[in-house]
Design a binder for this molecule. Structure first.
Ligand code: NAD
Length: 715
């Protein structure tokens, strides 16, 4: 034994070959502080060995190294820039020493070698992977860039173009692709990985493989002439800006660093990388994206816990085969939970089945499943006009028309036909769960299960706990939603639940802006381009459906009259009265047609300004900042109220519900992250400017308190 650390060990195998074996306590290897410290000590120990002839890096786990430890990032990123820079430089000393060791080195890669794990294997002379390997640099997805030499070594190893594609796209490559690109030198079966790597290392030791030249290539400037370099970097910058857009600075920063460092040797190039990394880590975007990653892990952890506690769902049933019911049935079947889909109308069942096969066909075309699997999935959706088979369902999702009387009747009817153990849920978007529970004999077995449209694409499912819902019911439904591949977030019952409760104050802010003379096309533009929403409020209203929004607005006004009640006719009322229902009937704030690809196309509708004229005071111009504040303050206040009232349990869950349910701009990380980044006191000052507009602008007491104490929501 040459070295034994907590996370890795080094020992001699044979003929002067030393093995660094990563085998941290726990299920995976990560390049956390401890592992870096151990690696540094291990390499120092290797430098002391006189008989050393070669080094092989292996893993004692099913994955090589999954990456850096993201849970350490929030702490690291709050350090001063110079501390951050030193932290990177220290890690790079370790990887440089690994690269410079005077004997050939090889990494035997199984499973993930991502982020820091990939940067580690890039420091060796050769890489052999087994066919389970996945190698890549996903850092830019977290708003940062490789900081341990990835942006220096990868382009020098495989060429600037493919390296920029991987780094800017945050991509990972499977073994065969990695081989084609030259990231790895060979791909073998898992059981022969170790032998293959050792054979290659011995060949290098024996001088049959030219390892020194490969090493020098990674340390020298990029091999590009001036014309090639200009072409490559100009193209890459253009592409990256188009794909990532102005709100995501990491991909373009990484490309610019690679460009700047192209003519430099390794050590100078690493300094360019260091500066690029630090600038990104100190921006607001990186903490937001890292926060999303960690919040997502938190939600997944909760779902896993629920799966341990709750009963598994083996069969399900959906009542109503409309837009939502059809989507829910498809998603359940796709993820392996067979489902009975019941409706009262045959055409609805046909439509539901057609929709499911259309979606499956798309997956077939993309090669994501084969014909046999597709047929099996389709066959696991059982359309019916009767309740036959429903008694076998573990969970039932009611998704019939949004009418409290119809829903109450359907829920009571189905409860009669199932056993005591069956959990019944409703996909209602506006009817209180406590009200629907009144029609049931076993309200403890009932909760809300609120999916978003389109079901197959929207990750969020709000699970609504009623006053009588048991925790066992919640666990079972959370586990079922997770099994369906969704991100479940549990909230308590209130009008609009969480997502719609916070969305409608935003629409109210929008209506007030229009009342005071704003141009809705400008509002949409600012909210999309500047704030970063996928759609501005007018466009979103058209997509939601003006009738649905009009109805939900009334529900919210009834539920929260002090804030959401209004004494004026607004733009949504006018649209509704004119039967401009949005995308569903091709006219709303905009008009819609279908383009050549069959996608809805949005156009301006000149007649709308005239229609709205009676409810608009007079045309007025608003600054971008005021447009953002007047629409966002009502939403932010309501999100905070939901936390203060215990409707949602944590800032992390609130932020994820906003990102996954509404498409809140990920680079802002959610409302609480946004509040932290602008500063609570600054927010209060901004909101106060608009206090005269009504109660939706009133900052909740808890937020004021925290602002006064200089606190934040995270940390
Ligand atoms: P939809 O009108 O497309 O479908 C409703 C279906 O229910 C129809 O096929 C109808 O035939 C069927 N139905 C009516 N009475 C029935 C009964 N007694 N038994 C069985 N089936 C019956 O409506 P949708 O948009 O799918 O909405 C369904 C539910 O989902 C509503 O509660 C709605 O609020 C909620 N929801 C809708 C959306 C959305 O964007 N559409 C989003 C979230 C939640």
């Amino acid at each position: 034994m040459i070295y034994q650390g907590e996370t890795l060990s080094v020992s001699y195998l044979e003929d002067g070959i030393a093995e660094i074996n990563f085998n941290a306590p726990g299920s995976v290897n990560k390049l956390d502080r401890k592992t870096l410290e151990n690696l540094s000590e291990a390499i120092n120990a290797l430098y002391q060995q006189n008989e050393l002839k070669g080094v092989i890096l292996t893993s004692g786990k099913s994955a090589f190294i999954v990456g850096a430890d993201v849970t350490e990032f929030p702490d690291i990123m709050t350090q001063d820039a110079d501390v951050l820079s030193s932290w990177l430089a220290e890690a790079n000393v370790i990887f440089n020493r690994l690269e410079d060791i005077p004997v050939p080195t090889i990494a035997a890669i199984t499973g993930f070698a991502l982020g820091g794990g990939c940067e580690c294997v890039l420091a060796t002379d050769m890489r052999v992977a087994d066919n389970t390997a996945l190698v890549g640099l996903p850092e830019t997805k977290l708003g940062i860039m490789p900081g341990w030499g990835g942006s220096v070594r990868l382009p020098r190893l495989i060429g600037a173009d493919p390296a920029m594609d991987i780094i800017a796209g945050g991509k990972a490559k499977k073994a065969d692709e990695a081989l084609k690109l030259g990231i790895v030198d060979a791909v073998v079966a898992p059981e022969t990985l170790r032998d293959a790597a050792l054979t290659m290392l011995k060949d290098a030791i024996a001088g049959k493989l030219e390892w020194r030249a490969r090493r020098e290539q990674k340390k020298a400037p990029l091999k590009l002439n001036k014309i090639e370099a200009t072409m490559s970097f100009t193209m890459a910058k253009g592409m990256v800006m188009q794909v990532a857009g102005p709100h995501y600075p990491a991909p373009i920063t990484a490309v610019k660093c690679i460009e700047k460092a192209a003519g430099m040797s390794r050590d100078e190039a690493l300094q360019v990388e260091n500066k690029g990394f630090v600038a990104l880590a100190k921006s607001d975007v990186a903490p937001a994206l890292v926060g999303i990653f960690l919040n997502d892990q938190y939600i997944k952890g909760k779902a896993k816990q629920a799966a341990k506690e709750g009963k598994d769902t083996q069969r399900a049933a959906v009542l109503g085969a409309g837009i939502m019911g059809g989507g829910i049935a498809y998603q359940s079947a796709l993820k392996g939970v067979p489902v009975v889909m019941k409706d009262i109308a045959q055409p609805s069942l046909d439509l539901g089945m057609n929709e499911a096969s259309k979606l499956l066909n798309k997956q077939l075309e993309r090669g994501k499943l084969n014909g046999l699997k597709m047929a099996k999935i389709l066959a696991s959706i059982q359309p019916t006009l009767h309740y036959a088979g429903i008694e076998e369902a573990d969970v039932i999702v009611e998704a019939v028309v949004e009418n409290p009387k119809v829903k109450a009747a359907v829920l009571a009817e189905v409860e009669e036909r199932v056993g005591d153990d069956t959990v019944i849920t409703s996909n209602t978007s506006t009817i209180p769960i406590n009200l629907l529970a009144k029609s049931l004999k076993r309200p403890e077995k009932f909760c809300g299960m609120h999916f978003f449209n389109p079901v197959h694409r929207m990750p969020l499912v709000e699970i609504i706990r009623g006053e009588h819902t048991s925790e066992e019911t919640i666990s079972r439904v959370v586990a079922y939603a997770a099994k369906m591949g969704k991100s479940p977030i549990v909230v308590n019952d209130c009008p609009g639940f969480f997502v719609n409760r916070v969305l409608f104050p935003y629409f109210a802010g929008f209506s007030l802006l229009l009342r005071d003379g704003a141009d809705f096309t400008k509002v949409d533009k600012v909210m999309e381009k500047k704030f970063g929403w996928p759609m501005g409020p007018a466009y979103l209203l058209d997509v939601v459906g003006i009738d649905t929004a009009h109805h939900a607005q009334a529900v919210m006004a009834e539920g929260f009259p002090e804030r959401m009640g209004k004494d004026y006719k607004d733009a949504v009322d006018v649209m509704f009265e004119s039967q401009r229902l949005g995308q569903k009937n091709s006219k709303g704030f905009y008009t819609y047609s279908v383009d050549r690809k069959g996608k809805p196309k949005k156009d301006l509708a000149p007649e709308v300004a005239e229609l709205l004229a009676p409810v608009v005071s007079r045309a007025a111009d608003f600054s971008d900042e005021d447009i953002i504040a007047r629409t966002m303050v009502p939403m932010i206040n309501e999100v905070v109220r939901c936390l203060e009232e215990g409707i949602i349990a944590t800032p992390a869950e609130a932020d994820m519900a906003l990102v996954y349910g509404l498409g809140f701009p990920p680079f802002r990380g959610g409302v609480f992250r946004y509040l932290d980044s602008i500063g609570l006191a600054n927010y209060v000052a901004m909101a106060e400017k608009f206090a005269h507009l009504g109660a939706v602008y009133e900052v909740p007491a808890g937020l004021r308190d925290k602002a006064a104490k200089g606190e934040s929501y995270y940390n």
